[in-house]
Design a protein around this ligand. Structure first.
Ligand SMILES: [Zn+2]
Length: 262
């Protein structure tokens, strides 16, 4: 679809290139060329508009079928920095070719919105900053296959095996941190997607005792957990940034898994 769209646009652009040779001394020719250029520019803009409309229609229908919503449409105080739509992630490649927003199941997005309201009451200068939310199965496979140098049994430590599906595939898990009003994330002592043990919530006491985590870093993680637990999101032992909205069994019953990007 993407290639067809690109081909379509290239064809329109090509048709707008003037290939006539020689001088344009005659005013009529100049006017005619000017008009043609304006017509082409309009046609080009209209084509882009139409393609965007088609893609938005496709997106809307997938959102409707999966009951997903853009979290920022529910609460604009929530910030989003979708790491897999950029190269700033543990794979250093762009994994989302289409997705540029954080989507969650509607009821879960509303819970996250309540978390933001709770955080605002605690400190009006702070915001939730979402790194990832609904993640299509196709992208889960892309991640899984990109790490094929690691044996499958060990790979599961870094990325959920796509065969079993991740709660992210249902739009029922969220990766996030807390940031200030300028979008600067609080210091959590380890970055997003850091696979080292220092990112494990289960080992914070040990790293605090050894001085590898500071009291402030642990307090920041505690604040994030406090805010998320307010709406019954559950953290996992190995990633400070990951929160599940429900169990996998519950998600399988209640929600549809997202197959492809939209
Ligand atoms: Zn996650």
């Amino acid at each position: 679809m993407k290639w067809i769209s690109c081909f379509f646009l290239v064809c329109i652009a090509a048709s707008c290139i003037d290939t006539s040779a020689g001088s344009d001394a005659h005013e009529g020719i100049i006017v005619s060329k000017k008009n043609r250029s304006q017509d082409c520019s309009k046609a080009f803009k209209d084509s882009i508009k139409k393609l965007l409309e088609i893609n938005l229609e496709e997106r809307d229908s997938i959102l409707l079928v999966n009951n997903l919503v853009d979290v920022q449409s529910i609460n604009s105080a929530i910030y989003v920095d979708l790491k897999y739509a950029t190269m700033d992630n543990f794979m250093k490649i762009i994994l989302y070719e289409k997705m540029d927003r954080a989507f969650l199941q509607r009821d879960i997005a509303e819970r996250l919105s309540n978390c933001q309201d709770y955080l605002t009451k605690l400190d009006p200068t702070l915001h939730l900053l979402v790194y990832d939310a609904a993640r299509p199965e196709s992208v889960q496979w892309k991640m899984w296959n990109a790490l094929d140098s690691i044996p499958a049994w060990e790979r599961g430590k870094f990325i959920s095996n796509p065969t079993h599906k991740s709660l992210h595939n249902f739009g029922a898990a969220v990766d996030l941190t807390i940031c200030n009003s300028k979008g600067k994330a609080l210091d959590m002592g380890a970055g997003f997607d850091d696979i080292r043990e220092i990112a494990y919530p289960s080992l914070e006491a040990r790293f605090l005792a050894s001085g590898e985590l500071t009291k402030l870093q642990v307090e920041n993680r505690n604040l994030l957990r406090q805010v998320m637990r307010h709406q019954k999101f559950r953290n996992i032992p190995t990633e400070w940034w990951h929160f599940n909205a429900c169990s996998r069994a519950e998600a399988s019953l209640k929600y549809k898994s997202v197959k492809e990007e939209f």
